[in-house]
Ligand binder design. Structure first.
Ligand SMILES: NC(=O)c1ccc[n+]([C@@H]2O[C@H](COP(=O)([O-])OP(=O)(O)OC[C@H]3O[C@@H](n4cnc5c(N)ncnc54)[C@H](OP(=O)(O)O)[C@@H]3O)[C@@H](O)[C@H]2O)c1
Length: 331
């Protein structure tokens, strides 16, 4: 089968087109004939070596955390799905940039939902992104009706999804930040009340909220952005740290300030949730696919590239030029 992967960690140049044996589903797994694979920033970190050197079959790793496609085969003990059924799957162990991928059945959900059938291309942008958006908003972020929310990297994959979901879950005002002013028009049509260039966000937010700040900040960047986010946090507010885009050094927050104002810095990691509470990933994936099928939320796929252009997709994300959700086509 065709796949894209890497034998050594490094820059864009290490990605190569490969001819790989088709994987066979093990117990509790299914194999999926992949139609589309979502592209995530974590796959850039995987390629760069931030999760360790390649340790896949023959010393080759195939990135890809989320796919849509049809069930090719079921392993022993895998039930509730049938061959040919259209599905979307989260792949915590990667492997999505390939014509066939195996997935733990607990992280696979049918595109045929009570609300209708979800679109195959859009569904590829759901399985990693939306369980993350649910997790940062509801679990780590403890979102309540009417809470005002600030979303950093507002035009990105998780950021766009979180903006749409925040509204669906009853948020009050939703603000965003972007790394460059060119992204503001795209982000604005995602339904934000205001989108700010990141360098001035704390001042601008203080202005528009008359100094109150927000109840919840979603931060995948870290460093000074995380520090400033605490300064725009209202009493009882939460900052959710869920990424390290800026590759900043660690820093310390004042516990004194946090406990005096009932504030929280919380962490969220979907891979860890998949290990410790796998049923939650399946629940959120199923819910997001129903929302997609009913039109209540959009997956926000902005660009579909052929598998052979995986390098271009990585470049767009890595340089911060991407907007919305990028998806690779395997058909
Ligand atoms: N914890 C979890 O479970 C979990 C799960 C999924 C994703 N994530 C994290 O969520 C974040 C977003 O992931 P995604 O896949 O949706 O990517 P994305 O947001 O679609 O793309 C990355 C975006 O990050 C922003 N960015 C900020 N600083 C950057 C830097 N130094 N270098 C490159 N880009 C930078 C850029 O937009 P702006 O410049 O406009 O901000 C860029 O467009 C990543 O940190 C990822 O690791 C975490």
């Amino acid at each position: 089968m065709r796949a894209v992967g890497f034998r050594t960690n490094g820059g864009l140049e290490v990605l190569e087109e490969l001819d790989r044996p088709e994987p066979v589903p093990g117990p509790g797994q299914v194999s999926i004939r992949v139609a589309f694979a979502g592209v995530n920033f974590a796959e850039i970190q995987h390629r760069r070596g931030e999760f360790g050197p390649p340790d896949g079959l023959g010393g080759v790793d195939v990135p890809g955390l989320e796919v849509s496609g049809t069930i090719a085969a079921l392993g022993t003990g895998a039930s509730g799905l049938e061959a040919g059924e259209p599905v979307a799957a989260f792949l915590p162990g990667f492997g999505g940039y390939a014509e066939v991928a195996t997935a733990d059945v607990r992280f696979v959900r049918s595109l045929r939902t009570e609300a209708g059938e979800a679109d195959m291309a859009q569904a590829a942008g759901i399985p990693c992104v939306f369980p993350t958006a649910f997790g940062v908003l509801k679990d780590a972020g403890r979102l309540r009706m009417g809470d005002d929310v600030l979303i950093h990297s507002a035009a990105g994959g998780v950021g766009s999804a979180a903006a749409r979901l925040a509204r669906e879950l009853g948020a009050g005002r939703v603000y965003g930040t972007v790394g460059s002013a060119e992204k503001i028009p795209y982000a604005a049509q995602l339904g934000y009340d205001n989108v700010f260039p990141r360098e001035a966000f704390a001042e601008r937010l203080a202005e528009v909220t008359h100094g109150r700040g927000v109840d919840l900040v979603l931060d995948p960047i870290g460093g000074p952005v995380r520090e400033q986010s605490l300064r725009v946090l209202a009493p009882f507010g939460r900052v959710v740290a869920y990424g390290d885009l800026g590759r900043h050094d660690q820093w310390s927050a004042s516990v004194w300030d946090l406990w005096k104002s009932n504030q929280t810095i919380a962490g969220f990691n979907l891979g860890d949730v998949a290990r410790r509470a796998p049923e939650r990933v399946g629940e959120y994936l199923g819910k997001a696919l129903r929302f997609l099928a009913s039109g209540r939320v959009q997956a926000g796929v902005t660009q579909i590239l052929p598998l052979a252009e995986a390098t271009k997709a990585h470049e767009l994300l890595e340089t911060g030029a991407g907007q919305g959700k990028l998806v690779l086509s395997l058909t």
